[in-house]
Write a protein that binds this ligand. Structure first.
Ligand code: SF4
Ligand code: SF4
Length: 480
């Protein structure tokens, strides 16, 4: 790898930058980088995308394993069926996700941004395709500066065709979480997609194509709110990607044969490789900047330079503010040695809350009764004569069986003496697997002995073969 001389710093350009109200985007041509953290990023891309593209194709009990069926108002996640009444579980999941983000950020900075955020993942995929078709940084820059010709048109058209294909497949997969994906394939083949499916496939595809192909680092810099408030989760012991100025400065080019210490130079050869590999185009040597997504590409890039120069790796590394100031031992701050710095109040508080919430979430899922009951009174008739000295009130019972097998249920009521539940069909009533039924129910009682007015009544719906599966709902019985 050649070691070019440092570009001259233009003070006027810096003044212009500080005064500009609007900065015209400078296109970034990130250089390919290899190393430990690049391999981690590739692993995260593969893992997240295998899950995202693969999940809708899995089947479970002869239906799609993960399906958010909005029209039927139920979500299938493998063996579990969730209804709108289960919104609390979604809320719990979101709170756990947010707390996990806080915890990981407090421990090791923007891990989410650098390795798992969809914006990073899709940008990484789109950049990989760009490199394969147009070449690495220098060749891409030359191509963009060259006049339009057959070769340039062919390369650009190929790149955009592959980008569009991936974007459309991503949009198709997204809709496949809401419409059974096999049905969706059939609809695409027969050109019978409904307007909403068409809209969402194109919208999601357009967002993927635009964000990963064009906007890239601008989404992180200007659109993502997380970049703005992440600093409140950092403290002086948070692992962040840092340049070691004590070791690196004064920077400058030199021959490998020269004793740079004797020549008064630090370890930084000012090759700008760390800037060239940075997907957001910043210079980590200027210190921690909010634009830095913590992808560690500059660590891999600089380590390659250090290897070539015969210097120790880690001029740019995961470290902490306290370690750089000499307040904690450097030995405890490496990426693989974070445990020594974990026992800090902030981390302990986040971890404790996260553990308690996760335990409560798992426990509530475990004890969740797969039966939903909703009782609606007939508004047209308060009370009517049932003959033989009896009166009746009319209700509709909405019963949801959240299991993957049909079940039979017995319906009873308490609260009114000698109350009798009358159905239009034989008891026990059967509710099909993962479905809801609305049952008309009449509740009869002796008029004698009941004072005029309203009486609290409780409906009980109990599985005929398992008394543990039961739901109870209050309502009102009117007499006259
Ligand atoms: S400065 Fe380094 S860690 Fe930060 S975004 Fe650039 S390459 Fe990634
Ligand atoms: S920090 Fe490393 S990669 Fe960056 S300019 Fe200095 S030597 Fe080159």
């Amino acid at each position: 790898m050649s070691v070019p001389a440092a570009p001259p710093v233009d003070p006027l350009a810096i003044a212009d930058q500080e005064q500009a109200l609007y900065e015209v985007r400078r296109k970034i041509y990130p250089r390919a980088v290899h190393g430990l953290f690049a391999r981690w990023r590739v692993a995260c891309v593969l893992l997240t995308q295998v899950v995202y593209y693969g999940l809708p194709w899995l089947t479970w009990n002869d239906r799609q394993a993960v399906l958010f069926d909005l029209s039927a108002r139920k979500f299938h996640i493998f063996g579990l069926v969730f209804w709108p009444q289960d919104l609390i579980f979604l809320t719990g999941l979101l709170v756990i996700s947010a707390l996990s983000l806080f915890l990981f950020t407090a421990v090791a900075g923007r891990l989410w941004c650098g390795y798992a955020c969809p914006q990073t993942v899709y940008t990484e995929m789109f950049m990989w395709i760009e490199r394969k078709i147009e070449g690495d940084r220098t060749r891409r820059m030359q191509l963009d500066q060259s006049p339009w010709g057959t070769r340039k048109v062919a390369l650009k058209a190929s790149k955009h065709a592959v980008w569009l294909a991936i974007a459309l497949w991503t949009g198709f997969t997204f809709v496949g979480y809401f419409t059974p994906i096999q049905t969706l394939v059939h609809e695409v083949v027969t050109a019978s997609l409904n307007p909403w499916e068409t809209f969402w496939i194109l919208f999601y595809a357009g967002a993927t194509y635009g964000n990963a192909g064009y906007l890239r680092e601008q989404v992180c810099k200007y659109m993502c709110p997380y970049a703005r408030f992440q600093s409140v989760m950092f403290d002086s012991d948070t692992l962040i990607v840092t340049y070691d100025p004590l070791r690196g400065e004064p920077r400058g080019p030199r021959s490998r044969k020269v004793d740079h210490r004797a020549a008064g130079l630090g370890d930084c050869v000012d090759c700008t490789i760390c800037v060239q590999v940075c997907p957001v185009g910043i210079d980590i040597r200027k210190g921690l900047q909010y634009e830095c997504i913590g992808c560690a590409a500059c660590i891999d890039g600089c380590d390659q330079v250090m290897d070539k120069m015969g210097y120790p790796r880690g001029l740019i590394r995961y470290s902490t503010e306290n370690a750089l100031l000499g307040k904690t031992s450097e030995k405890t701050t490496g990426f693989g040695k974070v445990t020594a710095r974990l026992l800090r109040p902030r981390v302990i508080i986040y971890a404790t809350i996260l553990f308690a919430l996760t335990a409560a979430f798992v426990a509530s899922l475990y004890v969740r009764v797969p039966l939903k009951l909703n009782v609606l009174r007939d508004r047209a008739t308060l009370v009517r004569d049932a003959g033989g000295g009896r009166i009746e009130n009319v209700y509709r019972l909405q019963i949801g069986n959240a299991e993957e097998q049909p079940r039979r249920f017995v319906i009873t009521a308490t609260g009114v003496p000698a109350a009798e539940v009358v159905l239009d069909e034989a008891s026990p009533v059967e509710i099909a697997a993962a479905s809801t039924r609305m049952l008309p129910v009449r509740l009869r009682a002796d008029a004698q002995g009941l004072s005029a007015g309203s009486h609290e009544v409780v409906f009980h719906v109990v599985a005929s073969d398992d008394p543990q599966i039961a739901a109870h709902e209050k309502s009102t019985f009117f007499s006259r």
